[in-house]
Ligand binder design. Structure first.
Ligand SMILES: N#Cc1c(N)n[nH]c1-c1ccc2c(Cl)cn(Cc3cccnc3)c2c1
Length: 238
């Protein structure tokens, strides 16, 4: 998969693209991510990317020309990308969308800043996406959240251990089970006996029960949704 990111703050992506699972996936060539500075697609001496909003109002708006120039330049060859625009009021991003996007051969993510992008930019966009009902200062963090959730789904990106963990639980949106490591007792708090038993079947069913219980308590709508889709097994429903 290739992802092109358009942003006026390319430096925000430096650590994200160098470290961890995503950094390894890029350095190993499993995925390709290119970050482009919208300023590099301006033609004036001052490399202006924003301007005051028509009709007045606070803040600045990202101009359409540099973004269109970037799009034209980056789509001259190869497959046309599926274009995302991060927006405060976009469609809510979720695991289902992450799975759908992970199947696209090429994505482009336009990250806005200031008060947003000129409305005409949306003629390039396939999906306006928000990562949640809270207000951030710009579209770069949402772009990193989306890339993280999508790229981990690309075959080969997760290591063996992690891919075992990425079972039907997390990918069904169920909450995770409790994790413990040494010591077996710490400040009077003991690790559940079952986890010390070495009985893999019992451990697996304990973890499944913990995950379902936590999901039912904290996010009952996820359980209802899975029930409706027939994605819970008979024993999971018991
Ligand atoms: N995704 C997402 C998301 C989220 N969940 N919160 N905020 C954002 C987000 C995404 C894109 C932009 C752009 Cl472009 C400018 N801003 C700042 C802003 C915030 C509120 C009103 N006007 C501008 C963005 C915020």
């Amino acid at each position: 998969m290739r992802i092109d990111v358009l942003t006026v703050l390319p430096g925000l992506f430096d650590c994200f693209l160098k470290e961890g699972v995503i950094g390894k996936a890029i350095s190993s060539g499993k995925v390709e991510v290119k970050v482009h500075n919208i300023r590099d697609f301006t033609t004036d001496k001052h490399r202006v990317v924003d301007d005051v909003p028509y009709g007045g109002g606070p803040g600045m708006v990202l101009k359409p020309e540099p973004i269109f120039r970037a799009y034209d330049e980056l789509t001259k060859e190869g497959e046309k990308p599926y274009v995302l625009l991060t927006e405060p009021w976009g469609e809510k991003f979720n695991q289902e969308m992450a799975v759908e996007l992970s199947k696209k051969p090429r994505l482009m993510i336009i990250c806005g800043r200031y008060e947003g992008v000129d409305e005409r930019v949306k003629s390039l966009v396939d999906r306006e996406v928000s990562i949640g009902d809270y207000v951030l200062t710009g579209g770069e963090l949402p772009a990193m959240v989306i890339m993280d959730a999508v790229l981990r789904l690309i075959p080969g990106v997760l290591g063996n251990l992690e891919s075992l963990r990425a079972d039907s639980f997390s990918d069904r949106g169920l909450l995770g089970y409790p994790n413990y490591t040494r010591p077996a007792e710490f400040r009077g708090m003991k690790v559940p006996e079952v986890l010390l038993s070495g009985h893999h079947k019992k451990i697996e069913s304990w973890r499944k029960e913990q995950s379902l219980r936590k999901t039912l308590e904290r996010r009952p709508e996820i359980i209802e949704n899975l029930k409706r889709k027939g994605l819970l097994t008979k024993e999971e429903l018991e």
